[in-house]
Design a binder for this molecule. Sequence first.
Ligand code: ATP
Ligand code: MG
Length: 629
Amino acid sequence: MTTTSSNPRTVSDTDAFWLREAERLDWTKAPTSASDVSWDASDLHIRWFADGALNASVQCLDRHLETRGDKTAILWVGDEPGVAKAITYAEAHEEVCRMASVLKARGVTRGDRVILYMPMVPEAAYAMLACARLGAVHSVVFGGFSPEALASRIEDCGATAVVTADEGRRGGKAIVLKKNVDAALTRNDAGRAVHTVLTVKVTGGEAAMQAGRDVWWHEEKAEASSDCPAEAVDAEDPLFILYTSGSTGKPKGVLHTTGGYMVYASYTHEKVFDLKEDDVYWCAADVGWITGHSYIVYGPLANGATTLMYEGVPTWPDASRMWKIVEEHGVTLLYTAPTAIRALMREGDAPVEKHDRSSLRVLGSVGEPINPEAWRWYHDVVGEGRCTVVDTWWQTETGGILISPLPGDPMTKPGAATKPMPGIEPALVDADGKVLEGEAEGNLVLTRSWPGQMRTVWGDHERFVQTYFTTYPGTYFTGDGARRDADGDYWITGRVDDVLNISGHRMGTAEVESALVAHDAVAEAAVVGFPHDLKGQGLWCYVILRAGLEPSAEIEKALRDQVRTEIGPVATPDVIQIAPGLPKTRSGKIMRRILRKIAEGAPDQLGDTSTLAEPEVVDQLVEGAARHR
Ligand code: ATP
Ligand code: MG
């Protein structure tokens, strides 16, 4: 298959390129070949560096001990202002070895699955690396998920051990964890195979311990050996399973393996953030998401960086918390999500300007399309016009960033993910799978594998094949749409399922939402289509106003006009529903499929809502929608 060659980052011999990049790791046995891949549905396999052997925890810790033993590996910042702790590489290594020793003594071995249900404390990273050290496969479940969501993941991956905490702390509140684990383990079959629940004491809150099964980390740790040799595993041994956000339906158990994933996480983290030895790097995601895996733990630690890990939320105790952390710790590289940027933008510039941000150099965004308005605020206000903004497009499935600006590129396109990383080959195809050349808009696919690509859906290889490789045979289908401009730069237009078709005009939700967010009165917007007798689809816009504004007929009219002028009369909103909040996944992504059902008047068909952050919002929206019908 041919691809557009307007990309100046093109690599001519990709296998040779990746084999060279593999040298960034310390392999126990260096690989002699790069890819062994077939995307043919009848024989689908993806292998990278297949004859290599290594250990991920060695990449992240042991190999830095000689030169960076006293360097801060994890700079932990507590929920409570003023609480922080710097953990050196030597200290992190010792903690990880002890935790691995504990798990090993309890019977965890290579290939076993271990669920991590943790708050944002250093022990979450230790647990990931301890599993990796033994060749066990971790599956991190976000600490805000319910016992049901936890139970279904424990069952799905067949875990034999769980690492958790008594409670977590977020935004001044205690988050129950151990109790949820206990509840999850009594559900259906979830508890049958679990022999160990290793519990970290974080708050000192209530935790019932079941004799034989449950052990305290602080007690076990004292006895455990700090000498725990790392298991050299094959490059294709599983490193972790991570369930996707569930924006489009039932979460998928994405499997990543060791060699390719580690090469890709390290490579992208270094290049996208232009990492320097003295950087203080802060990715404000949770370890429960892929961003936390690749860009709080594996990428930065593989690169010997100082990675800041924040226990709390961006808006607590107030809207200046993030900037206070930046000032206090001299953060140079910051990586966060549009949902956080929009929430903070809503509070105005004063909370940002209160703090010195002169240390900042690169500002990253991930998770959703970033509206140009939010991009400009991030660039102009947060970064004082001085910093590079990198809008990074990728997925749980891709292991790391695939399309992103690189520091040094001209920063002239707010909202564009711009170009594929060297070694990455995207293409746009139309509904029939025909490759579109030059300036075009279509379905975003990848035409060649890369080391960080997921290997399968855990326990359901057929779902893997069906979901990603049968829509446009010979390519990996991302499920996202994109536009490529005359310079060859990519603009992600949103999920293909969300594309609107108004009187025969196709448009991405992102475009209409950005037009709304560009209005001063709007903090956030989500747009969906609903059945319309004349136009085929009408435009239903859910809008959240900026702090302090009340809904009015004037605002509604102004917003209609805004979209008409920004995009054109064809995009005139049919309904503007001013809303108190939007349904989001726990990682902060707008769940448009739920909004679509509400707009269609079918709130009884919402589908899988297990990853919804605030279920109450849905009822309020259903009520509000009724008034517009
Ligand atoms: P599920 O696959 O279960 O529905 P999800 O797609 O939200 O959930 P993730 O892997 O967390 O799960 O998110 C990846 C998706 O997030 C991408 O496919 C894309 O739609 C969106 N996304 C991520 N980064 C960007 C970005 N920079 N610009 C636009 N969209 C982005
Ligand atoms: Mg997805």
